[in-house]
Design a protein around this ligand. Sequence first.
Ligand code: HEM
Length: 224
Amino acid sequence: MSAVKSTSHESTGHQRRLHPLPLRIMHWINAIAIFIMIGSGWKIYNDDVILGWLHFPEQIVIGKWAQYGLQWHFFGMWILVLNGLAYLTYGIVTGRFRRKLFPLSLREILATMNDALHFRLAHDDLTRYNAVQKILYLGIMAVGVLIVISGLALWKPVQFSELAALFGSFQTIRVVHFLCMSAIVAFLLVHITLALLVPQSLVAMITGGPAVDGGAAPAAGPTR
Ligand code: HEM
């Protein structure tokens, strides 16, 4: 009896929220930074378009003139990079990425995609990401790194000349930067739609969600 008691006490000591406070703060700072970057990036793009038919409407861009758009872009850039580095460090050091995003097998990916195509994807367990979520989150982190690297090469092509040379031409860097932006917008359409379709996941990203033991299974009890 006493053994059971002490075990339950121990596990209570290790309980934490599904989404710990630092993670939530970084997630929402990142969301604000990304919206600033996309809105101001569209303003800058309109000044010298890559696709002749594509101009972003003035109502959805940030910055009255391209110069203002640039200033917003540089402002958002610092927030995105510093916050992004903090998030990556946190995810690696605390083992969150290892716990939540791995292992990831081809078999699991195919099974989850099959479930998704048959509208059978289970959303009831917030504590585990399915294979599609794991791929989306890992993919968006890779895109985030590439958009920052290509942005650096666009911003300082002389100082980062070796980096810029890896892409070939200046126009190629612009296209890579643009494609990364498009991937982020596509991710956000899916990500925000899923968050609205499964509102408890959105609530959890705001409040912290259920208490979990060591970041895996949900459990009742006091939380931080
Ligand atoms: C209004 C905008 C956003 C909303 C409403 C939103 C909502 C959410 C929600 C509800 C979760 C938890 C997902 C779950 O439990 O399945 C989540 C996680 C996540 N979101 Fe967002 N998000 C937004 C913007 C972004 C942006 C801009 C990015 C990156 C470009 C992003 C990247 C992520 C990542 C990587 C995770 C996983 C975090 C982890 O568990 O370590 N989100 N988001």
